[in-house]
Design a binder for this molecule. Structure first.
Ligand code: GUN
Ligand code: ZN
Length: 426
């Protein structure tokens, strides 16, 4: 058993629906961890006498649950900040050539290691990750995640209508997905997501196989893109008729295990159908701004009660930092006429995202019984942050971290109670 003493902040329930009660704050808190699991969390004064003799590690900073990145592409790490296009052209010009290189397992291994270390540098402990069409790209990521003990869900990208050299077939996509599920099921903290790239890159036959895969594997997630850019949406509607969500519904892909990145241009009717199905959304503000896709409407999502998490969506996203992504989320909400409260933002980036990923029982709230994945935030990471947060309220400090913070504000990252990253030692 071990214990961590410091200022602990967690938001296990959504303040939008649970009210102020959702925020759990212990200015002098104690986190008791046994075999990587939270045994107790609360004030030092209450807990210290109940756990005498347990070695205590003092942590300087704000202890929060590890961030959950609900949508990110590890093979696009090297193409982040590629200039000048909207979605469909950007994919053709920058992304498909970069993803073709993942036929090479050594390249996949090297990128996966860099990518996961980058997540840890940014306080991210769980992620829902796109690989490429290559089976080996998933093996590379899962091996590296297992070695680090991270919570990673991923899957082979299904795209039989992709460009030459980056295509599978309905049969090979199905067989390779089945093989990966069989190979990785139950190992470490890994999860499998059936991953059609988006409606445009799969034939009807492949989308039907995707639905069959999902039905055959009740422990698998479904991860794809939905309603991101106008050009994409027009092409989907021209091919399938009806709306974009309907193209996925037709093949049984919209349910409680489904995560859709973006959902920027959605009708009320589509949101209502998503809510009824229990599907989740990854809100990816830096990506939507970078590609000029549009402004996510969190107020509309809330009206319909669709579950939402945060995605960095690197490489269209411009940062691995969930803190920075929350700062951009705030600005997008401002432009949509709603104000994203910093406690709600922290919820979306932790417990909310965990629920979207289907891992809410395991992580996200630092609740007793959950895995002790957490990050320590440094409110004085830069001279400006230090100046802005000196003597400030918790709300102001958290908001300053959201607007001004990035990887510099991550003092350390912990996985199941063991230190996985320390800024000091880098
Ligand atoms: N839609 C289909 N593929 C992609 C991708 O790689 N990135 C983004 N942002 N949208 C997509
Ligand atoms: Zn994406």
């Amino acid at each position: 058993m071990k214990a961590f003493r410091g200022e602990i902040l967690r938001v296990p329930h959504d303040p939008a629906t649970a009210g102020a009660d959702a925020v759990r704050h212990d200015p002098d808190g104690l986190l008791i961890v046994e075999d990587g699991i939270v045994a107790a969390v609360g004030t030092h004064a209450d807990l210290a006498p109940r756990f005498p003799g347990v070695p205590v590690t003092p942590l300087d900073g704000l202890i929060v649950p590890g961030f959950v990145d609900c949508h990110v592409h590890y093979p696009q790490t090297g193409r982040i900040a590629s200039h000048g296009e909207q979605l469909l052209q950007w994919l053709e010009r920058h992304i498909f050539p970069a993803e073709a290189a993942f036929a090479d397992r050594a390249h996949a291994d090297e990128t996966a290691a860099f990518f996961l270390d980058e997540l840890l540098r940014n306080g991210t402990t769980s992620a829902l990750v796109f690989a490429t069409v290559h089976e080996g790209s998933v093996d590379a990521l899962f091996e590296a995640a297992l070695a680090r003990d991270m919570r990673v869900t991923s899957g082979k990208v299904l795209m039989d209508l992709g460009p030459p050299g980056l295509r599978d077939t309905p049969a090979s996509g199905r067989a390779e997905s089945e093989a990966l599920i069989a190979r990785w099921r139950g190992r470490g903290r890994l999860g499998y997501a059936v991953t059609p790239r988006f409606a445009l890159t799969s034939s009807d036959a492949q989308l039907a196989e995707t639905g069959a895969l999902l039905a055959a594997h009740p422990d698998a997630m479904l991860h794809t893109h939905l309603c991101e850019s106008h050009g994409e949406i027009a092409a989907v509607e021209a091919r399938f008729g009806g709306d974009y969500l309907g193209a996925y519904e037709r093949f049984g892909l919209v349910g409680p295990r489904s995560v859709f990145a973006h959902c920027v241009h959605m009708s009320d009717d589509a949101f209502a159908r998503m809510a009824a199905a229990g599907a989740g959304i990854a809100f990816c503000p830096t990506s939507n701004l970078f590609l000029g896709s549009g402004l996510f409407d969190l107020a509309a999502v809330d009206r319909h009660g669709v579950r939402t998490g945060i995605g960095t969506d690197v490489g269209a996203g411009t940062s691995f930092s969930v803190l920075h992504t929350l700062g951009e989320a705030y600005k997008v909400c401002q432009l949509r006429g709603c104000s994203l409260d910093p406690f709600r933002a922290l919820h979306l980036a932790t417990a909310g995202g965990a629920r979207v990923m289907g891992i809410g029982d395991h992580v996200g709230g630092l609740e007793p019984g959950q895995e002790a994945d957490f990050a320590v935030l440094d409110c004085a990471a830069t001279p400006l942050l230090a100046r802005r947060t000196a003597g400030a309220s918790l709300h102001d400090r958290l908001f300053a971290l959201q607007v001004l913070g990035d990887d510099r504000a991550i003092a350390s990252t912990w996985l199941r109670g063991s230190r996985a990253y320390s800024r000091k030692e880098k």
